[in-house]
Design a protein around this ligand. Structure first.
Ligand code: ADP
Length: 357
C-alpha cells in the first residue's frame, strides 16, 4: 500500500495543452476515479502515473520515491486496459505469470502466486485454458490477475469495464471493489461513466480540459458541485441565474430563492444549481404540506411535459419569467400529472448550490 502524489504536472502535444498544472494526492489504499468527457486528459494523467508518458513539467511520487524519471517496469504498478491485451497463444496461467517471469520468479513459487491471483479474481482452476475459451468478463479477470500477481503498490485501471455488456459490467464493478478492498491497493480508475465513478470510488476527480475542477467523495462532488461544468457533467441539474439580494436570498427569474450555502457578496450575479430529484411537486391547492414545508423554497409552476419511465417520472415545468425546471419524481403518486396542471415546486435551501463562475 502506497500513496501516489502528482505535483504541478503539465503535458502538451504540440500546441495542445492536454494537462495544465495538475496537483493531487491519492491516499494509500484509496480508490479514486478520474472522471471526465472524452479528451479531458484522464488517460494521459494515468499514463504519466504509469510512466508511459513523460510530463513536460511536474513530478510524480509513489510512496516516498520520486518516479518522474523512473521507467514503467521499475515503478511497481499493475495496470489493466480496456482491451484485455492477453497473449492469445499462451494459457491463462502463463498470461498471469508473465510479469513474474520478468522478475525472475519461476517454478513452484510462480505457480503458487498465479494460483493465488486466479483465486482472488474468482477463476480458480482456469489456468490451463486459452484466453479465447473464456468470456469477455473472464478475460478481464485474467488481465486483473496479471496486474495484481506481482503485488504492485498501485493499481491503474484504464476503462477496464467499458467493453463489457451492462450486466457483466455491474458484476465486475462489485468484484473490482472487493478485490481492491481485499488487496488494499491504491487504485486509480479512469472512466467516463459517472454512475460507475460514484458507485466504485472513495474519491472522484472531475477533469475538464486538462484540469481537475473538483475532487472529493462521491456525495461531495454530487451534492456540492463547485462549478457549472461539475454540476452539469455529473448527473442532471437545473440552473437558475440570479443576483444576490440585500436580504441574503437570491433573486432569480423574479423569485426569491434561499440557499443554505454561502453566497457571493450582495449585488453579484450567481448561478444556482438544483438537482431534479430534490424538487418536490405539490398540488397548487396544497402548497403547505409535505416534508419540506416551512423552510423550503416554493414556486408556482405549470407542468409542461411528463416522461414516464417505470420507476420514475421526469416532469418539466414552467414558472414565471421563462424559468423551466426539470423534476424527477418517484412513481408513487396516485396519478400522473398532466401537462397544463398547476403545481407548487419546493426544495430545500440545502439543495440550492451556488456555483463559481
Ligand atoms: P481522455 O482519456 O480524457 O479521453 P486523453 O488523455 O486520451 O483524454 O487525451 C487528451 C487529449 O490529448 C486529446 O485531445 C488527445 O487527442 C490528445 N492526445 C493524447 N495523446 C496524444 C498523443 N500521443 N499525441 C497527440 N495528442 C494526444
Amino acid at each position: 500500500m502506497t500513496a501516489v502524489n502528482v505535483s504541478a504536472v503539465a503535458k502538451s502535444y504540440g500546441k495542445v495543452d492536454v494537462l495544465t498544472d495538475i496537483s493531487t494526492h491519492f491516499p494509500e489504499g484509496s480508490f479514486t476515479s478520474l472522471l471526465g468527457p472524452s479528451g479531458s486528459g484522464k488517460t494521459t494523467l494515468l499514463r504519466i502515473i504509469a510512466g508511459f508518458v513523460t510530463p513536460d513539467r511536474g513530478t510524480v511520487t509513489i510512496g516516498s520515491t520520486d518516479v518522474t524519471n523512473v521507467p514503467v517496469w521499475a515503478r511497481n504498478i499493475g495496470m489493466v486496459f480496456q482491451s484485455y491485451a492477453l497473449f492469445p497463444h499462451m494459457s491463462v496461467a502463463d498470461n498471469v505469470a508473465f510479469g513474474l517471469a520478468r522478475r525472475g520468479i519461476k517454478g513452484e513459487a510462480a505457480r503458487r502466486e498465479v494460483a493465488q491471483a486466479l483465486e482472488m479474481v474468482r477463476l480458480p482452476g482456469m489456468g490451463d485454458r486459452k484466453p479465447k475459451q473464456l468470456s469477455g468478463g473472464q478475460q478481464q479477470r485474467v488481465a486483473l490477475a496479471r496486474a495484481i500477481v506481482t503485488r504492485p503498490s498501485v493499481l491503474l485501471l484504464d476503462e477496464p469495464l467499458s467493453a463489457l455488456d451492462r450486466r457483466l459490467r455491474q458484476e465486475m464493478q462489485v468484484e473490482l471493489v472487493r478485490i481492491q478492498r481485499e488487496s488494499g491497493l491504491t487504485t486509480i480508475f479512469v472512466t467516463h461513466d459517472q454512475e460507475e465513478a460514484l458507485t466504485l470510488s472513495d474519491k472522484v476527480a472531475i477533469l475538464d480540459r486538462g484540469r481537475i475542477v473538483q475532487i472529493g467523495a462521491p456525495t461531495e462532488v454530487y451534492e456540492r458541485p463547485v462549478n457549472r461544468f461539475a454540476a452539469e457533467f455529473l448527473g442532471d441539474t437545473n440552473l437558475l441565474e440570479g443576483r444576490v439580494n440585500a436580504d441574503g436570498t437570491v433573486v432569480a427569474h423574479g423569485q426569491r430563492i434561499a440557499s443554505a450555502i454561502s453566497l457571493p457578496p450582495v449585488g453579484q450575479a450567481v448561478t444556482l444549481a438544483v438537482r431534479p430529484e430534490k424538487i418536490e411537486i405539490r398540488d397548487a391547492s396544497d402548497p403547505q404540506t409535505g416534508t419540506q414545508h416551512q423552510v423550503a423554497n416554493r414556486i408556482r409552476a405549470v407542468i409542461s411535459a411528463s416522461i414516464y419511465s417505470g420507476t420514475a417520472i421526469t416532469y418539466e415545468a414552467e414558472a414565471a419569467d421563462g424559468l423551466r425546471l426539470k423534476i424527477f419524481a418517484q412513481n408513487r403518486d396516485a396519478r400522473l400529472r398532466a401537462p397544463g396542471e398547476e403545481v407548487f415546486l419546493s426544495w430545500l435551501p440545502d439543495h440550492t448550490v451556488p456555483l463559481a463562475a
